[in-house]
Design a protein around this ligand. Structure first.
Ligand code: HEC
Length: 149
């Protein structure tokens, strides 16, 4: 009986580990941080992209807020989120550390386009749509080279 309840306890633990595997102590804190950063990008760009595509009604205030958030997020110094040796088990490509200057400059491209979006997002839908391609393009440009599929 004793070994049975021990087994059951182990099973519960295993389930709990799987459930929290995405953001717990198994992951290097810098990996958790950069995933959180990317998720915040995706959330805000998702609002802008949804409006650009007509999936979300255009709302000048909400668009401006999402764009301003992108400016705030891209103004953080996130260099410490990408220490060498943290690619394993993630989608970060080792090429990042062979071309660190290029990688960081792709982050700067995103910051530049986020500002471009913030300059016009609150004007009208057409202005938002005009800035969307450049903004989204900077996400894909970096993912294409530095994120595993
Ligand atoms: C400078 C390069 C770069 C830029 C710019 C960039 N990303 Fe990423 N992104 C990455 C890398 C590398 C990964 C994989 C990180 C990992 O697995 O540790 C990633 C992962 C992600 C993920 C998955 C996060 C997770 O929880 O696993 C999302 C979502 C994402 N990016 C969205 C975006 C969006 C949206 C943009 C543009 C607004 C963007 N990214 C711009 C490099 C970039």
């Amino acid at each position: 009986m004793k070994s049975l309840s021990l087994l059951a306890g182990t099973a519960v633990l295993a389930v709990a580990t799987i459930a929290t595997a995405h953001a717990d102590e198994d992951m290097h804190p810098t990996v958790v941080a950069r995933h959180a950063q990317m998720q915040l990008y995706a959330y805000n760009v998702g609002i802008l992209g949804g409006m650009a595509q007509g999936k979300i009604d255009y709302d000048a205030e909400a668009a401006q807020t999402a764009a301003d958030n992108m400016v705030a997020l891209t103004s953080m110094n996130t260099a410490s989120f990408w220490p060498e040796g943290t690619a394993e088990g993630t989608k970060a490509q080792p090429a990042i550390w062979e071309n660190l200057d290029d990688f960081m400059s792709k982050g700067e491209d995103l910051a530049f386009e986020a500002q471009g979006m913030a300059d016009v997002a609150g004007n009208d839908l057409a202005s938002l749509q005009g800035a969307m391609g450049n903004l989204g393009g900077t996400c894909s440009a970096c993912h294409r080279e530095y994120r595993a599929r």
